[in-house]
Design a protein around this ligand. Structure first.
Ligand code: MRU
Length: 350
């Protein structure tokens, strides 16, 4: 299952807003539509929105009317600005657009605009393919810290749908399954948008991974009664000191896990590690619409006009993490050192 792909010279993606009730492929013809797909969360999850933005850059190159290199690069810088602004927290977005723009900026002067347009698409496709390989690699590294028979607790959706394919934390679950390990997953429903209930449950049932869907508030009780062996989640951005910014509620389960002596692992590709941010407090936290909390689909579940605060992400300070799994292996504290090495091992360092 590919979450996002390029076909017939447009961007296509699974419209995740409609899952699990309907499986619909959305077709995006313009950069504005790609920006909208990210903002309105047809596509979500840090690596998936990075990949979408890369294809958005290829679309911008294809649709630019510029007849010379400078004009094309100008249009691409404009598209990058629009794409980067779509959602503020996941660093993969700007990482991906920077990567495409850098390649074109550095391309030999002998290339004409047609060559540059083709190069933008090649590099975007390469980034998508790499995402799948990186997830598989991360899956293998992550599986080494998961014992056979483990009961995992997982937050949000970090699977195929949050990436181009396979996933980060759920990729580790799939890797365990491929290796014949028996694992069972407690799937946190993940209020308010229910990425756990709608997306993770859908993915794990398709893959026939043993699981139970639970309300977010069940975490403490499950841990106290000894039913959770390891907590796993992904990240939208990891700071240089190992603080993890991820879906709201991640901090709650990390603190609970530490209180119960349960290991906590974050799975994140190095494209999600942002060494320019010293700590989690330096990372912007997206606030989303009140309706995500006050309504379920079109039905109001709170009084009209109620004041709402809806941060989409929280910061889990690094002291609550046992390890951070990247495509280069498992990073352990002190994260400032281990993340730096992992980042240096990556193919490029934005
Ligand atoms: O608001 P979302 O659904 O885009 O948030 C996604 C998450 O928080 C994921 O846990 C994170 O991006 C890691 S996905 C591999």
């Amino acid at each position: 299952m590919r979450t996002i792909y390029w076909q017939d010279n447009i961007v296509k993606m699974i419209d995740q807003r409609l899952l699990p009730a309907q499986f619909v492929i959305a077709e995006l013809h313009t950069v504005a539509e790609v920006v909208q797909s990210i903002q309105q969360m047809y596509v979500r999850g840090a690596p998936a929105i990075g990949a979408t933005a890369a294809l958005g850059m290829a679309l911008a190159a294809r649709q630019s009317l510029a007849s010379d290199r400078d004009g094309l690069l100008h249009d691409l810088r404009q598209a990058k600005q629009e794409l980067d602004a779509a959602r503020p927290t996941a660093v993969n977005l700007a990482w991906a657009t920077t990567r495409i723009l850098d390649v074109l900026n550095q391309a030999p002067a002998t290339l004409d605009t047609g060559d540059l347009r083709a190069l933008a698409l090649d590099k975007a496709q390469e980034l998508l393919q790499e995402d799948i390989e990186i997830n598989r690699c991360m899956g293998r590294h992550g599986a080494t810290v998961i014992p056979d028979g483990a009961h995992l607790m997982h937050h949000c959706n970090t699977g195929s749908l949050a990436t181009v394919d396979f996933g980060t934390a759920l990729g580790v679950v799939y890797a365990c399954q491929e290796q014949g390990k028996n694992v069972h997953v407690w799937v946190n429903e993940t209020r308010p948008r229910l990425q756990g209930a709608r997306l993770t449950a859908w993915e794990l049932m398709r893959a026939e991974v043993p699981m139970h869907l639970v309300v977010d508030n069940a975490a403490g009780s499950l841990m106290r009664s000894g039913q959770v062996d390891v907590v796993v989640f992904g990240a939208d951005r990891v700071a240089a000191n190992g603080d993890v910014v991820n879906k709201i509620g991640t901090y709650n389960i990390a603190v609970l896990a530490q209180a119960h002596g349960i290991p906590v692992y974050c799975m994140a590709p190095t494209s999600t590690v942002d060494l320019s941010k010293a700590t989690g407090d330096d990372i912007p936290i997206e606030e989303r619409a009140a309706a995500e909390i006050t309504h379920i689909e079109d039905r109001a579940v709170a009084p009209a006009g109620v004041p709402v605060f809806n941060p989409a992400f929280d910061i889990t300070p690094h002291r609550y993490l046992t390890g951070i799994v990247t495509e280069h292996g498992v990073c352990y504290p002190p994260f400032t050192r281990s993340l730096h090495s992992a980042k240096a091992g990556s193919r490029d360092t934005p």
